[in-house]
Design a protein around this ligand. Structure first.
Ligand SMILES: Cc1cc2nc3c(=O)[nH]c(=O)nc-3n(C[C@H](O)[C@H](O)[C@H](O)COP(=O)(O)OP(=O)(O)OC[C@H]3O[C@@H](n4cnc5c(N)ncnc54)[C@H](O)[C@@H]3O)c2cc1C
Length: 388
């Protein structure tokens, strides 16, 4: 039931940022009968943040137990959302884990899949190349198959959360950048259009987190990277038919890929690292910057995907917001307990969004989250924080 002070509506919660994490949190809160306002700075849908595009990998494979422990619930919740909206959000392809030699992350991921009795199998590089003739890896490559992994249809997932949020009675305002947050028992949120009040807010602004949180005395060690998203034309599509998604753990940064989904005749293969830009507004200005990542990818494709053209025909941009340990922040503000924060998803947050939504809504409503979030606390950074 909505409350008013004079003519002003008081929300139970305001969620700032309608990317996948904010949309999932807003959906979760509204589904639990809370009065929720979701604010987004850009007109929706947009491609200025981290959640746009048609595809994201989802997998049980993780080298850290606490993220792997979230995955069964994530898979279950994506299915619930799929049933709610009546659209396919997930396509099972399997995930091929690859490592030339046996590195720590590959080994830890494989061990955890085994220990948790998840459906996986080892496969030799020779067998993999026989099964998908468009691949070329030498027998020195170790490989495993996470059989239940696949692709989330990213744009549909985002749309599904928003659609259901509105069905559960949520209020969505796009084209409304939040310009100021004033803490208090009742938090005041000012946009370019209006002033809103809520008992609690959830801040999920992606790459704009530092801009919103610094004025609240919180200086998180976040870095913003511009990522080149590369699509490679297939010379011989039948050689990559039923190709799984893959992550190659060899080298200092992963290379990952997804079968043809976005652009007909094109496979997506990317490098899990980007160029640091810090200010997300500079994303396009720096578009002509360092190209080393694309050169690395060209070499990779030439070596391992002989049935692809060895240069990308489409390059798009996206943003990672990265923490020093690659783990997101899921916590309350150290000084203002009615300000909840979810940011720094470090390039792997899409698949986690349903559980992130549960955790942030638990924190917002004063419940103890049912997952271990000790690794996601702000206190791990040993920051100085001050009251406004
Ligand atoms: C190329 C690429 C590939 C990826 N691949 C995978 C993958 O395979 N699997 C996986 O799990 N993850 C993947 N990720 C990571 C995943 O997409 C991100 O972790 C996730 O989308 C982060 O979502 P977010 O909601 O935190 O950020 P965003 O999507 O950026 O959302 C934040 C929103 O807040 C809004 N906002 C900011 N400031 C304000 C303000 N002042 N007022 C109002 N609104 C504001 C922004 O406009 C934006 O819409 C990938 C990311 C990229 C870039």
């Amino acid at each position: 039931m909505a409350e008013f002070v004079g003519s002003q509506r008081i929300f139970d919660h305001i969620v700032i940022g309608a990317g996948i994490e904010g949309s999932s949190t807003a959906y979760q809160l509204a589904k639990n009968n809370k009065v929720v306002l979701l604010l987004e700075q850009f007109p929706l849908p947009h491609s200025r943040g981290s959640s746009h595009g048609k595809s994201r990998i989802t997998r049980y494979t993780y080298a850290e137990e606490h993220y792997m422990a979230m995955m069964p619930e994530n898979f279950r919740c994506w299915k619930v959302l799929e049933d709610e909206v009546g659209k396919e959000l997930y396509k099972k392809t399997g995930l091929l884990g690859i490592q030339d030699g046996f590195g720590d992350e590959y080994k830890a991921s494989r061990e955890l899949l085994k220990r948790n009795n998840l459906k996986f199998s080892d496969i030799t590089a020779t067998d993999a190349c026989r099964r998908w003739p468009g691949l070329r890896y030498s027998p020195s490559h170790g490989m495993f198959l996470d059989q239940n992994a696949g692709i989330l249809k990213a744009d549909r997932c985002l749309e599904a959360f928003r659609e259901m949020f509105l069905k559960y009675g949520g209020v969505l305002q796009d084209s409304e950048p939040v310009q100021r947050i004033t803490p208090g028992t009742m938090v005041t949120v000012e946009t370019n259009e209006a002033t809103y009040k809520a008992k609690n807010i959830v801040v999920t602004p992606g790459a704009w987190a530092s801009k919103l949180l610094r004025p609240l005395g919180l200086h998180l060690p976040l870095k913003v990277w511009r990522i080149n998203v590369c699509y490679w034309k297939m010379k011989c599509p039948e050689e990559l038919r039923n190709m799984p998604v893959f992550i190659d753990y060899s080298g200092s940064h992963h290379v990952y890929g997804l079968p043809c989904l976005e652009y007909p005749g094109h496979v997506k293969i990317c490098y899990h690292v980007g160029n640091e830009i810090n200010d997300p507004e500079l994303r396009d200005l720096k578009a002509g910057g360092r190209q080393n990542d694309i050169e690395t990818l060209k070499e990779y494709v030439r070596a391992h995907f002989p049935s692809l053209e060895p240069q990308p025909s489409i390059i798009e941009t996206c943003i990672y917001t990265v923490t020093p340990d690659d783990g997101p922040v899921l916590d309350v503000h150290p000084v203002y307990p009615n300000i909840v924060i979810g940011c720094g998803f470090s390039g792997h947050g899409f698949k986690l969004a349903p559980v992130v939504g549960q955790i942030l809504s638990d924190l917002a409503t004063g419940r103890k989250p049912s997952f271990d979030i000790s690794h996601n606390k702000i206190s791990r950074f040993n920051l100085q924080t001050s009251r406004l």
